[in-house]
Ligand binder design. Structure first.
Ligand SMILES: Cc1cc2nc3c(=O)[nH]c(=O)nc-3n(C[C@H](O)[C@H](O)[C@H](O)COP(=O)(O)OP(=O)(O)OC[C@H]3O[C@@H](n4cnc5c(N)ncnc54)[C@H](O)[C@@H]3O)c2cc1C
Ligand code: FES
Length: 359
C-alpha cells in the first residue's frame, strides 16, 4: 500500500442539510485516482498550526468528475465545524489516497440482494455503494433502510429519491424517523427507533426470492448498529455476510481491546518493535504511554494512518511474530484478529519479538 498524499482543489460545496455539507474535490493535477465505493479519504487540515487528520467516506463513485465527501457537524467537534465554517471553493486541501475495507466491488455477473442500513452521516459510504451497484451490477437489488432524527436531517434526500425513480425494480428505500414533523409535505412512514424489533419487522416484508446471495452493510451510530446486528443474529445471518463501518469508537465495554495471539496479557512496558513497510525494515522503541504508530511517526517513518482511533484500518498491519495489545478493535473483524492483523494506532507490544508488516 503506497502512502500517497495529494492536494485537491474544492470545486464546489453543496449544503445538504442544516448541518451537513458536501465538498466536491478535483482530481489532483488531472490525474485520476481510483477507489472502491465505500472507501474514505483522509483530509489533513491545518488548525492552529497543527495538521489534523479526519476520515470522510467518499459518497461519489469513481467515474464521477469529482471526489465528494459529506461532512456533518459534530457538537464540539474540531474538524467537522472547522471545515463547515472555513473551507471555501477554490481552496486546496491535502488528502491521503483513498483507503478502507468497508467497500463493495461491483461485478456484473452477480445477482445479489444487498441490504444497507444507514444512520445520519453513515449514509455516505452506502450512497457510493448504492450508485455503483445500480450502475454496474444490473441483476442485483438494493434495499436501503435509512434512519434519521426527522425528515429535515436526511442527507441526499433528493438524490436518493431520484435514484429510486430511476431504478424502481432494483432500489427500495425505507426512511425511518425518530420524530415526525407536524407540517411535513412528504410522507413519514416509519416513526420510531430503528431498533431490533423494527429491523425484524421491516426485513420480514423486504426479502425477495430469486437472488443467489444476500449481504448486509451498516454504517451509523453505535446504538443503531448494535440493534441491526442483534436482529441479524436473531435471523441467523452468518457473520461473513455482515459488514460494518464505525465513525466513532464504541462506548460499550464489550467491544474494547484485544490481545492478538495472546494466551495471557503481559505488562505494557518499553519494547522494541520491528516494522516492515514498503520493503524497508525499521526498529522502533515503543514507550508504554505511546502506540506503535506514534512511536513509528516519532522515528520519522511515513506510516499510513487516518482516524487514530482504531476504526478506519488505515494503519493496519500483520503481526508476524510476538503479541500486541489493542486498546480498541472496532475496525477489525474476528477473522482479521484471528489472522493476526493489528491496528498500529491503538497497538502496544506485549512481547520483545513483535514484528509487524504493513501493506
Ligand atoms: C472510516 C471513517 C469514515 C468517516 N466518514 C465520515 C463521513 O463521511 N462524514 C462525516 O461527517 N464523518 C465521517 N467520519 C467521522 C469523522 O472522521 C470525524 O470523526 C467527525 O467529523 C468528527 O470530527 P471532529 O474533529 O469534528 O470531532 P472531534 O473533535 O474529533 O470529536 C469531538 C467529540 O465528538 C465525538 N464524535 C466524533 N465523531 C462523531 C460522530 N460522527 N458522531 C457523534 N459524535 C462524534 C467524539 O467522540 C468527541 O467526543 C468518519 C470516520 C471514520 C473512522
Ligand atoms: S488510523 Fe484508523 S484504525 Fe488506525
Amino acid at each position: 500500500m503506497s502512502n500517497a498524499y495529494y492536494n485537491m482543489k474544492v470545486a464546489d460545496i453543496t449544503q445538504e442539510t442544516a448541518d451537513a455539507i458536501t465538498l466536491h474535490l478535483e482530481h489532483p493535477e488531472k490525474n485520476k485516482i481510483s477507489y472502491i465505493p465505500g472507501q474514505f479519504l483522509t483530509l489533513i487540515i491545518p488548525i492552529d498550526g497543527k495538521k489534523v487528520r479526519r476520515s470522510y467516506s467518499l459518497c461519489s463513485i469513481p467515474e464521477d468528475p469529482y471526489f465528494s465527501v459529506t461532512i456533518k457537524r459534530v457538537e464540539g467537534g474540531l474538524v467537522s465545524n472547522y471545515i463547515a465554517d472555513n473551507v471555501k471553493v477554490g481552496q486546496e486541501i491535502e488528502v491521503m489516497a483513498p483507503l478502507g475495507n468497508f467497500n463493495v466491488k461491483a461485478d456484473a455477473n452477480l445477482k445479489r440482494h444487498l441490504f444497507f442500513f444507514g444512520g445520519g452521516s453513515g449514509i455516505t459510504p452506502l450512497m457510493s455503494m448504492t450508485q455503483s451497484i445500480l450502475k454496474h451490477e444490473p441483476q442485483s437489488r438494493i434495499t436501503l433502510i435509512y434512519g434519521n432524527r426527522d425528515l429535515n436531517c436526511v442527507i441526499f434526500k433528493n438524490a436518493l429519491s431520484k435514484l429510486e425513480k430511476q431504478y424502481p425494480d432494483r432500489l427500495k428505500i425505507i426512511h425511518v424517523f425518530n420524530e415526525a414533523i407536524a407540517d411535513a409535505t412528504e410522507p413519514q412512514e416509519n416513526i420510531g427507533l430503528l431498533d431490533r424489533t423494527m429491523v425484524l419487522q421491516l426485513l420480514e416484508n423486504l426479502k425477495v426470492p430469486g437472488y443467489t446471495q444476500e449481504s448486509y452493510y451498516m454504517c451509523g451510530p453505535e446504538g443503531m448498529m448494535n440493534e441491526v446486528r442483534d436482529a441479524l443474529q436473531f435471523m441467523r445471518v452468518p457473520s461473513s455476510q455482515v459488514f460494518k463501518e464505525s465513525f466513532t469508537a464504541p462506548t460499550t465495554v464489550e467491544d474494547h481491546g484485544a490481545d492478538v495471539s495472546a494466551e495471557e496479557s503481559d505488562e505494557i512496558i518499553t519494547r522494541t518493535v520491528t516494522i516492515i513497510y514498503e520493503g524497508d525494515e525499521y526498529q522502533v522503541e515503543v514507550k508504554p504511554d505511546e502506540t506503535i504508530l506514534e512511536a513509528g511517526l516519532k522515528a520519522d517513518i511515513d506510516l499510513p494512518y487516518s482516524c487514530q482511533a482504531g476504526l478506519c484500518t488505515a494503519c493496519r498491519g500483520k503481526c508476524l511474530s510476538g503479541r500486541v495489545h489493542l486498546d480498541e478493535r472496532e475496525g477489525l473483524s474476528d477473522s482479521e484478529i484471528d489472522q493476526g492483523y493489528v491496528l498500529n494506532c491503538v497497538g502496544h507490544p506485549l512481547t520483545a519479538d513483535v514484528v509487524i508488516e504493513i501493506g
